[in-house]
Ligand binder design. Sequence first.
Ligand code: MOS
Length: 732
Amino acid sequence: MTRIGTPASRVDGRAKVTGAAKYAAEFEAENLAYGAVVSSRVAKGRVVGIDLRDALGVEGVIDVLTHENRPRMARSKKAYEDDIAPGGAPFRPLYDDKILYNAQPVALVLAEDWETARYAASLVRVDYEQEAHVTELESQRDEAFDAKNSPKPRGNAEKAFAAADVQHEAEYWLPIEHHNPMEMHAATVIYEGKGKLTIYDKTQGVQNSQAYVASVFRLKQDDVRVISQFVGGAFGSGLRPQYHLPLAVLGALALKRSVRLVLTRQQMFTFGYRPGTIQRVALGAKSGGTLDAIMHDALAMTSQYEDFTEHVTNWSGALYKCANARYGHKLARLDLATPIDMRAPGGATGVYALECAMDELAVALKLDPLELRLRCYSDRDQNEGIPFSSKKLRECYRQGADAFGWDKRNGAPRSMRDGSELVGWGMATGIWEAMQQKASARIVLTANGHAEVACAFTDIGPGTYTMMAQVAADRLGLPLENVTVKLGDSTLPQAPVEGGSWTAASAGNAIALACEGVRTQLVRFARKVANSPLADAKPDDAALVDGRIVSKQDSSCSVSIPDAMRAANKERIEQEATAESNDDGKHARYTHSAIFAEVKIDEELRIVRVTRIVNAVAAGRIINPKTARSQILGGVVFGLGMALHEETQVDHRLGRIVNHNLAEYHVPANADVHDIEVIFVDEPDEIINPLGVKGVGEIGVVGTAAAIANAIWHATGIRVRDLPVTVDKILG
Ligand code: MOS
């Protein structure tokens, strides 16, 4: 009855489909006021005048806040730094007259209802003194500065490249992308009086939001409670407190009333995004298909006020065997909001370029693309010169290729057909970090055999409630139904933001550790039972199985949990534990994947259909194969969006994002998604952490766009190096 490794439906599934699960903008309060944000119309300059008369004249409008009349906020820029703020000075909404990017908030209308607030927001007239802005990445190639986050070079890549039998060098472009979760960013701030606030926030980290609000508004941390029990998607957009949060708090403090603020879909394009990048990859190889040189340079964008950086290029050297490698990462300052992590930040970006380049190199070498990967396979992370804690990528290649039928591929482009459609098969490798952050969990076990697990992590959708219940059920020997999980409340035991695919490892190991503490206590109690069969047992001699404390040496010796607790006169056992990464720098910690994609392209219309994807993943132990599979499916769909649909378009004359809606910013819809097969390769890992868990939230997206782009080349013979691959680029 082990629960780890068993497919389980979401324990919160019923609450979600019946609507019982409440999201940030759904909480009610007495005398609730509604906010609407007014966004700047210029990209750079300052506000020189705000005319509020028309807005204030609308019946039902309570007040309009601007930088001129808002309640006090912290002056120091430092006070606005959250847990994962990059270097620089964070944006301070409604702080002063400065305009740092187009559509930044410039006023907050507060009204008795949402429609009135929105209408009045359209009547706020703002005058600006405009300055010249820059929003185009390419124009800033020469102005860009070194991001100083590249791995150390090794060997002499320039020389090795120049001397290589076969060279491939090209530039790969990725546009800005926006996360576009279903749930808009929102906060409902309950004004409790006496400086106390309860905030229902759409966030990936309740304690991060709590600390931010306390810091910005000079409140006592304990007087700010942030709750986020359900999140309708975030993908990184909720890692940092976005401006909806401080603005909702400003409104509540100004009115001394509870306030709800929901951003519009258009306003979902007015903060973080995946930065656009231009990457140059140069690969030099021997004619036999081994790599001599890797050079990977990235140019990415950041704002004028923060230095947002990702790890874009380091994957190249970690993934493949190559004695000579050199990396570069430059940042260009643009008059846009600061980018933010978006699912597999940097990895989705860098591996796209690397894996397209590897495909092109395979063509130049007249090698099967999978065969090239195998010839360059590395059992060590060569950036660090250390082995992997585990790496079953070879198995991913083998099982993925088998399931896909890769051996039936004819390598020549335009060689495969299905009626009027060209058929293309492409593949790519994926890699992502396996991280663990310090986190705490508390378990309360009651004598009736029920356990409650509590942790401040927020379940942003991957199935954290379910996964945590499984770990506790497994380690406590209880049925899954006997475990309840409390999450997403800043008053619960410490947790960082949910992101980076680290929650399963971070929370899972904390829970497992807390369970050990519970077991230790139970064994001690069991010894007190009259004529106890466990009279001499030490904690490690017993396991918890089926509601009993059972001797590991002799399973006929056991005591039931209720009997043990009765013997000790205990109604409940409470145990809290904190787990941290055991990373001593001796092993590289990564998840890997092999993605195989089939596209079918109408020869005349050039419409691309991604008809089949097989994604074989090695991610250590999988706690819940059902929800983990969903994570990979979602990641693959993200990659499909990257490959074919997603592109944030900026009108550089205005410095303004123009396709800020779901009609013009395309994400894959149901009709775009066909057959996706997920394989989890068995990957025992005794090193990485006690549970052997690596996390699966992001690996599904990494490499997927490259596999599809490579398949499109195979179908058409046309190599597109700037995503998304839209029809116009493959008309041929
Ligand atoms: Mo993820 S981009 O760390 O939410």
